[in-house]
Design a protein around this ligand. Sequence first.
Ligand SMILES: Cc1cc2nc3c(=O)[nH]c(=O)nc-3n(C[C@H](O)[C@H](O)[C@H](O)COP(=O)(O)OP(=O)(O)OC[C@H]3O[C@@H](n4cnc5c(N)ncnc54)[C@H](O)[C@@H]3O)c2cc1C
Length: 425
Amino acid sequence: MNQQQPPAPPPSKADVVIVGAGVAGISAAWFLNQAGLEVVVCEKGVVAGEQSGRNWGWCRQQGRDQAELPIVIESLNLWQQIADELETDIGFRREGSLYLCENDEEMARHDRFMAFAPDYGLATERLSRGHLEELIPGCPKRWQSALYTPDDARAEPSLAVPAMAAALRKRGTTVLENCAVEAIETANRQVSAVITEHGRIETPTVLVAAGAWSTFLLKACGIRLPQLTVKASVARTVPAPLIFNGNASGSQISFRRRLDGGYTIASSDYLEVFPSLTQLGFVKDFMPLIKTSFGKLKLRLPELSIDGDYKRQRTLNPVPSAATVARIRARLGDRVPAFDGIEIAEAWSGMIDALPDVVPVLDRAAGTGGLWISTGFSGHGFGIGPGAGKIMSELIQNNAVDHDLSRFRLSRFSDGSQLELGPAI
Ligand SMILES: Cc1cc2nc3c(=O)[nH]c(=O)nc-3n(C[C@H](O)[C@H](O)[C@H](O)COP(=O)(O)OP(=O)(O)OC[C@H]3O[C@@H](n4cnc5c(N)ncnc54)[C@H](O)[C@@H]3O)c2cc1C
């Protein structure tokens, strides 16, 4: 009989322990490995089992928060370098992003981004109806114009981070699966070890990159991170006619060309929030976001909430929302006639780790030496992942970072700052 072997104990020591093998944790490990540090990544489930393997696969500079923009510009270059080094084709292609607009009012929503994007050298342009037709022959008439960033990219979430983890293992970094971190141990206000379900790892440095779970791990260290879990559902089609090779989004539907010739399809106007008791305490922090996103955020009872029991929910795998899948089905052929009758092959969902101002925390934890945080990417961390990973690697090594990180400080939630909302989830 093929009996499962008990997992091997983790290494007893490491320079850095990373909690979470999503894009944030694995990207940080990538650059720490390059710098020659001994890194152990602990993942309670499987590599990229949560958000990083379930997202739409947009690697987008377009529409970003101003503080994120220079980081994501660098990140896409890093994605390209990483993709070139990997043995697997992760589907990284610079095929562009389009925000499709039905009228002037929709186009005007992008004025804020267009006011600063050129300062960063980003080639984003407003396309007229004529130009849009050149890009998408037979483009449905309802789309009158579009915002277009030709060197935005796409990649396959199911392939990208697992391929990076496989390469890291070959390069000597330990990436452990089914290995939940249960506590971070400190001595004299300095990290001393990580306690995993399979043993203790002595280390002076921990990076919390635990996605939707970061709030619980940090709470146990006395750190308040107001974070909500927001369910977003997605579907993919079988191979379908090529209408645009990159990422495209209109008010009712989004689609992204896949490596397998199908499209990843979503409708971003239906998101469900599943607060746990801990997270109900954050409702006040989220009031500005709730007010601006009222139409699309649906509050749900806590049946799907997470509470910090890392072993009970090894991989968050929520049932896709029937309402979203029905919307996708109804809108597909209606919005994009070329997709009429195309079969939906699969639907799935993921839990987004939202912060009140929808930009992440990239910071150290004040008061505990050696404790670092990279989390709360609020629905757009896949594209920026390598950029954030490089930043965390430099910070951990005490090296200078070429980006202004003040917007991403943890203390913004406690120092009385007026939070400035980033672009929507
Ligand atoms: C439906 C959907 C669509 C999205 N679309 C896009 C998109 O098109 N473009 C984009 O840029 N972003 C997108 N995102 C957001 C993006 O996927 C995330 O921001 C990004 O993947 C976050 O990466 P992460 O590493 O921080 O978190 P995760 O990928 O969630 O990884 C965190 C990991 O930590 C592990 N973990 C947690 N606690 C512990 C513990 N105690 N011990 C050990 N391991 C632990 C978890 O199991 C998990 O694997 C989307 C997200 C969703 C859900």
